[in-house]
Design a protein around this ligand. Structure first.
Ligand SMILES: NC(=O)c1ccc[n+]([C@@H]2O[C@H](COP(=O)([O-])OP(=O)(O)OC[C@H]3O[C@@H](n4cnc5c(N)ncnc54)[C@H](O)[C@@H]3O)[C@@H](O)[C@H]2O)c1
Length: 328
């Protein structure tokens, strides 16, 4: 089977390509390299099992040509939370890109596996979030909601393509993933920046008071769930939460990373009040209900947070030393 992946040079895309190729699939990957790196997939370049196209998902003709031979398409290319701007790119890349992928999949009725996010549950206070839970989104004047709204638009569009044109779609809502190849800035999530700060003996920046919670998923567990979803054919349209159900506050996360890094000095926190981030709203708690993914896909996260963080810290130590050497 040949799988098309958008965003293949990113964190999740490159780990997914590794797993699919190891499992016997061919991969056609596209990425415009705006946030991902060719280094993440360079070990596959030259292999007959992997084709890479540096294109933008907003270019429909190029996407159609690149995925002409793909049996299924996993759509990962996206812009994320516009905490510090980028609302235009978030809305445009996610919505034009999502529509183009669905248009390409319409030729030959190929299944689309669409990456969505736990952010679509927004401020819903009823935990844990099941796939049928409400989306409680804040006001349009707060830019950060544009990410959730863009993903909700993609979800609705995918379901409409299924209903109107018969394109099979599987929507996956990911809950905060981390691990090797995560972006080393806030783009990659709190693990990346906390590990960097602690290894450099700098203060760890906490947004808000740090009591907000998240549920973090180690990358190999997430990839296992995505691969199961790629091979799932029973429903023409379905939605699954993919995540780990262990909940931890952001402040505790900083503490655990500090312990696992074996830092010599005491943990220094720098509290950044939400008010200094402009008009901003955070999600207080986030926990998935994964009953559906367990029962239907056989998905079961295996790597607990401490083990996942140990592996991530080991990878990041090396990644940071390579970055430092390259900068010299
Ligand atoms: N990482 C997480 O914890 C998480 C959580 C929820 C949802 N998601 C979703 O999963 C998907 C993958 O996330 P990730 O963490 O791997 O992000 P990432 O930024 O590492 O990867 C995304 C890739 O898409 C590429 N890209 C961006 N705009 C593009 C465009 N216009 N054309 C072509 N390529 C483009 C980037 O260069 C990058 O390589 C995204 O859709 C994201 O919204 C991720």
């Amino acid at each position: 089977m040949t799988i098309g992946i958008t965003g293949v040079a990113g964190f999740i895309g490159s780990n997914l390509a590794d797993e699919l190729i190891a499992g016997g699939c061919d991969v056609i990957g596209v990425d415009n390299l705006s946030m991902g790196s060719i280094r993440n997939v360079e070990h596959h370049l030259g292999s007959s099992r992997f084709r890479f196209h540096q294109i933008d998902v907003r270019d429909l003709a190029a996407l159609r040509e690149a995925f002409a031979r793909a049996d299924r398409i996993v759509h990962l290319a996206a812009f994320k939370i516009p905490r510090y701007g980028n609302a235009i790119e978030t809305l445009e890349v996610n919505n034009v890109g999502g529509k183009n992928v669905l248009e390409v999949a319409r030729d030959g009725q190929r299944r689309v596996v669409l990456a969505s996010t736990s952010d679509v549950y927004g401020k819903n206070a009823a935990l844990p979030f099941a796939e049928t839970s409400d989306s409680v989104i804040g006001p349009s004047t707060i830019a950060r909601w544009s990410y959730a709204v863009s993903k909700l638009f993609d979800e609705h569009l995918a379901l409409a393509y299924q209903a109107s044109y018969g394109v099979p779609v599987t929507i996956l809502r990911f809950f905060g993933s981390y691990g090797p190849r995560q972006h080393l800035s806030w783009w990659g999530g709190p693990q990346a920046v906390f590990i960097s700060a602690i290894l450099k003996d700098e203060p760890v920046e906490i947004h808000g008071d740090g009591s907000q919670t998240r549920s973090f998923t180690y990358i190999s567990d997430l990839i296992d769930g995505i691969v199961r979803a790629i091979h799932y054919e029973r429903d023409p349209a379905s939605i699954f939460n993919l995540g780990n159900t262990t909940e931890i506050s952001i402040k505790e996360l900083a503490q655990v990373i500090w312990e696992l890094c074996g830092a010599q000095r005491e943990l220094k926190l720098k509290i950044i009040p939400y008010s200094s981030l402009g008009r901003y709203e955070d999600v207080r708690r986030r926990v998935p209900d994964i009953t559906k993914a367990r029962q239907v896909l056989g998905f079961e996260p295996k790597v607990d947070l401490r083990e996942g963080l140990e592996r991530t810290i080991a990878w990041q130590r090396k990644a940071m030393s390579v970055t430092a050497l390259t900068a010299v």
